[in-house]
Design a protein around this ligand. Structure first.
Ligand code: HEC
Length: 173
């Protein structure tokens, strides 16, 4: 009796495992942690933007301040495949005017991230997750201790990135 019970639970466990695995194939998901963005400044620097002439950008991302450089790093130099980035693709944007304002009170250093989370995280906006990062790549926290991350509605990030929907919501590549 005891043995049968054991075999039955083993069978159920196996069945459950198989079910999870087969779901995983269709519904792949990558959930970023702090380490996802570590050492981003050593990644492939695939775009460098500067200046106030980007109509979509307006005043966001330092777009209204001509001294701010916008460096865009793609982890593993990832490229879209058939117009879409793979689940687990990671991109970091660093906005800084360090060159023109070395260490004075006008110094800007801001870090944004986008991660292709997949599954049905945000199906009508490409399943990207948006992040605000600390200088070392850790996911920032707001005053209440909540992680600074979310879908396209988070801090209205997606409102502009929708303009790049034909290139999977990514402007730079
Ligand atoms: C006002 C429009 C606008 C808003 C709002 C906006 N972005 Fe962007 N974002 C852009 C543009 C335009 C680029 C292209 C690069 C450039 O010119 O700086 C960009 C680039 C990026 C990139 C590099 C990948 C790419 O698409 O080229 C990341 C990462 C990023 N933004 C994250 C964010 C996050 C996180 C938020 C919300 C906190 C956000 N963005 C809100 C307009 C916007």
């Amino acid at each position: 009796m005891k043995k049968n019970g054991f075999l039955l639970s083993l069978f159920i466990a196996l069945l459950f495992g198989l079910t999870i695995q087969s779901c995983g194939d269709d519904d792949e998901e990558f959930v970023a942690t702090d380490s996802t963005f570590a050492n981003f400044s050593t990644w492939s620097l695939d775009a460098v933007e500067q200046g106030t002439d980007n109509a979509v950008l307006g005043a966001a991302h330092g777009g209204s301040d001509s001294s701010i450089v916008r460096n865009i790093y793609f982890k593993d130099g990832v490229d879209p495949e058939d117009g879409e980035y793979a689940v687990g693709s990671v991109i970091v944007k660093h906005m800084t005017n360090a060159a023109s304002n070395p260490a004075d009170s006008l110094l800007v250093n801001a870090y944004f991230g986008m991660v292709k989370r997949g599954a049905d995280f945000d199906a009508t906006a490409g399943n990207w997750e948006y992040f605000i990062l600390a200088e070392n790549g850790a996911i920032a926290e707001d005053a209440d201790g909540n992680s600074e991350r979310g879908d396209s509605s988070y801090k209205a990030c997606g409102s502009c990135h929708a303009a790049a929907s034909s290139s999977d919501y990514i402007f730079s590549k």
